[in-house]
Design a protein around this ligand. Sequence first.
Ligand code: PMP
Length: 460
Amino acid sequence: MLTNHAPTAELQAIDAAHHMHPFTAGAELNAKGARVITRANGVYLTDSDGNEILDGMAGLWCVNIGYGREELADVAAQQMRQLPFYNTFFQTTHIPALTLAKRIAELAPGDLNHVFFNGSGSDANDTNLRMVRHFWAAQGKPEKQVVISRWNGYHGSTMGAASLGGMKGMHAQGGLPIPGIAHINQPDWWSEGGDMTPEEFGIARARELEAKIEEIGADKVAAFIAEPVQGAGGVIVPPDSYWPEINRILAKYDILLIADEVICGFGRTGNWFGSQTMGMTPDIMTTAKGLSSGYAPIGASIVSDRVAQVINEAGDFNHGYTYSAHPVAAAVALENLRILDEEGIVERAGKVTAPYLKAKWEGLGDHPMVGDTKIVGLMASLALTPNKDRRANFAADAGTVGLICRERCFANNLVMRHVGDRMIISPPLVISESEIDLLAERAWKAIDETYQAVREQGLW
Ligand code: PMP
């Protein structure tokens, strides 16, 4: 096994020779060499050259509890010794599965009292797609099959989840979407709102759901799936008018709501779930990431009494994964939830950290190249723009300036991601006030360096 002390170039060469990276242009990366992350603690990553980098993305929006919590490692080791694996397929269960299901049901709002375990967010959404179709079929409505979702939504990378998602670049590879999925436009006022006020635009975009249901026929629509706040799409926060109107429409046509809480769940928006922050009442919630703070791969579909009753009484549900309710992952998740709760991490994130970060984040809006600072809890975005009053785009292709900014962030030891020309953050919930100060300082510097580069390169 290579150690952390191997030279970076050697590690990069092996990586380039054998490791295919997700969402990456392989040849381009292999020529340049990947950054090797060797360890992490709190909100900081360390790379193989010894740089300490402030992780403004909590890994992939998942390390809510922060890095380096020994308790989670101890629980994993103990569980591996006691029962490293057993399945829950054939009329068996185990203690981590049932205990975690109960704990999730306690935390989840309303009548979301039942849990189907998955290995990730993507397979949780595949579960949900099959479950909502089976729900209606089991009640004599096998034609109620279509799931409506949104362009620029993200629901994962499996065939089902990527079809539910609205990422055109993903659809273009592998023959997607699969049949029975329809998309409507997203509530992104900054980019697509034209002359409407945000509130008018929120209503207009919600009514696209009603128009789509009318077009397809309510008797053919099983569910609507959406993230409370779109994450990978660029932390798009819908106008306040959006969710109430969506709720009205779903109730009118008796269509299920799947809230994809893979990012928003477990504290990210300042409450345990984004549905609570945004005023949604889902029939199913998709969760993963923050459930174990990324320390072990696990996803959970959290299901209402109404849906669970139908599924449970409809005979075999012919669906499941070897790693559904994996005991080690479940034990780690349980310990993560204990710490998030007992240390008041979610509560502090909502009441103390989020307002502090909001003030700092909105302060970045003073930069001449920054418009549309948006933040909900501890997920935030800002638009880089040559003219904030006109909500203008740069002359260069979308993403050109965002990429420069991401590189400048890295050069200043900050991980901030870009989606097109939006910069986004989602730091660990445990980030302190002084770490937020540092994040904002580095972000400003990186944006300012980007501003200089954009002017020098004539991209303005
Ligand atoms: N849904 C949402 C909202 C996500 O953000 C993601 C991952 N970024 C997924 C689903 C897919 O989760 P996973 O990568 O664990 O399969």
